[in-house]
Design a protein around this ligand. Sequence first.
Ligand SMILES: Nc1ncnc2c1ncn2[C@@H]1O[C@H](COP(=O)(O)OP(=O)(O)O)[C@@H](O)[C@H]1O
Ligand SMILES: [Mg+2]
Length: 440
Amino acid sequence: MPVIEEIAKVSFERVGFHSHIKGLGLDENGKAKFIADGMVGQTKAREAAGIAVKLIKKGKLAGKGILLVGPTGSGKTAIAMGIAKELGEDVPFVQISGSEIYSAEIKKTEFLKQALRRAIGVRISEERRVYEGLVEKVDIKMTRHPFNPYAEIPESAVITLKTKEETKTLRADRNIAYQLLELGIREGDVIQIDADSGRISRIGVAKGEEDLFTYRKVEIPSGRVLKVKEFTYTVSLHDLDLVNARAGGIFGLLFGGGLEITDEVRERVDETVKQWVEEGKAVLVPGVLFIDECHMLDIEAFSFLARAMESELAPILILATNRGKTRIRGTDLESPHGIPIDMLDRLLIINTSPYNKEEIREIVKIRAKEEGIEISEEAIEYLAELGEKTSLRYAVQLLAPASIIASGKVEKEHIEKAKELFADVRRSIEYVEKLEGMLQ
Ligand SMILES: Nc1ncnc2c1ncn2[C@@H]1O[C@H](COP(=O)(O)OP(=O)(O)O)[C@@H](O)[C@H]1O
Ligand SMILES: [Mg+2]
């Protein structure tokens, strides 16, 4: 029986499923508002999560983690995501399922290592010299292709950039001429050219220019054409590992797939990042590693994670399960939630409870809006009732097929039709069991 549930969940879970969650929806005293930040109800769990966020920010949760326990569709993933959002705009949120560690291609610990490193961000700030301005004139000089007499290729370019204070004409090489062609840069565009790499980016189209495309309208930049600007972006340690592994060998590039991240690569990346931090060029942004269905992890995975949590570069670990007392995988021991005691000792446990009809109604409304689905009051009411009888998850999932059936505003009849076509987990299990009964 659990197998069907497992499959149903994995195939339905999508990140977009939680796109409406913008935070935990707490007021300045840490009290949960009934509806805020895309969150509805589940107030106790949200307030507990809010306290966990405060502990994390004070560094008091280092080496520890959070365990969310509650039935399917009670908002465990939503709350984990809310925690990450509360920690900051560019804080990484990495979601895996306990069952994903068992793969033929990659070792369990390697999979976990990569997940942990994807959950640690490095915010890099860089000062770069750029040419920036409105393109007043652009002239691309073409020449014959060296091998193909019928083709022409760009040779060089002359470009005039204008700011509010200055106008400057630049003579540019083939690389830049190529990019100007490729990006389709025209007079009236506002662009940036990196002075060192020559990389061009279009910032938008100057206000007041007619434009056929939907580029962003921007002001003409002020100041000098050549200026120093600060750029900030966040990448993960795993991104940096990948770049370094690639730089390490051409074979990975040629044959694909075989890209191997070794511990040496990771150590090299760590060293470099530490140096950047010391030089004030980068800031570490520990994020959240969320492991759903954590009862699927085995004893080896748990001890690996326990060790990882001790290290100085660790993300916040949030585990979730809907199991009570169960066997720890890889052993004959029973334990609460299938988690070894030494791991349990490190976890703050937050319970989530099933939703009532009011809560389901509001969540369905939010999801319909998020997915751009127009729906009648009657249909929402029907979904709320249905959700209470089956699960919130099922009610939310019926929205998309119902909107296909309706091809317009969703009414109660469209939900009924969708419900007929798509089973909820319980009905699906009953169906299989009935068939088995008939065969015996
Ligand atoms: N309190 C809540 N407020 C708003 N949306 C929620 C809330 N709880 C759950 N949801 C949404 O309902 C759906 C199912 O919840 P989910 O977080 O996947 O439950 P679980 O992880 O416990 O199985 C998701 O789309 C989720 O974002
Ligand atoms: Mg979930």
